[in-house]
Design a protein around this ligand. Structure first.
Ligand SMILES: [Zn+2]
Length: 191
């Protein structure tokens, strides 16, 4: 009896995997889907229940929330601490009623964080964050991408939107350097 209880405990512990790659501990498959996710009270970690796509076994992961030492500057000039939840919220909204899984949304956020980590400045414009979101969202779902882009670009009218529609393809190649170059060009043109 004692040994069974111990064994159970051991199994439980082995389920609480702390991994970099979210691979299945049973078959090493890297494709897993998130069934449930819960934030810790201090919001420093997230516990996720996952299911392996290949063998269908379930396990949990504890993921540390990545803290980026980053601030964002709004168009108004106001500077705020970078907030990951805001990105998630805006993404969820754009992905509403679209066939997109929570897993896909989290992958987009991971890619955005990866891009942001490469930016060397400490304060970056919010448009950069949105640009990275659009870059990664475009490959996942074009309709969600359009919804996000409409909010992001703040079009004043349909005519405005039609005029700029060709520019939407530029997000495939969005990078901080390209953004900086294009704004410098615009500033020179406007001066
Ligand atoms: Zn598996």
């Amino acid at each position: 009896m004692y040994s069974i209880a111990l064994l159970r405990n051991f199994q439980f512990l082995s389920f609480l995997y702390i991994m970099k790659k979210m691979e299945c501990p049973y078959c090493n498959c890297e494709e897993t889907k998130v069934i449930d996710s819960r934030e810790s009270k201090d919001k420093a970690s997230i516990k996720r229940r996952r299911e392996c796509i290949k063998c269908s076994k379930r396990f949990s992961t504890i993921e540390k929330v990545l803290k980026l030492d980053l601030e964002v500057q709004k168009a108004s000039g106001e500077i705020q601490v970078f907030n990951l939840q805001k990105i998630k919220k805006s993404l969820l909204k754009a992905c509403e009623k679209r066939p997109i899984t929570l897993e896909q949304i989290e992958k987009i956020i991971e890619s955005v964080l990866f891009d942001l980590k490469k930016v060397e400045e400490h304060v970056i414009p919010t448009v950069i964050v949105g640009g990275f979101v659009l870059k990664h969202l475009k490959h996942v779902d074009e309709i969600a991408f359009l919804k996000y882009a409409i909010v992001y670009n703040n079009y004043e009218s349909m005519k405005d939107f039609m005029k700029e529609i060709g520019k939407l393809n530029d997000f495939d190649e969005f990078s901080y350097d390209k953004f900086k170059k294009s704004t410098v060009k615009e500033e020179t043109l406007n001066s």
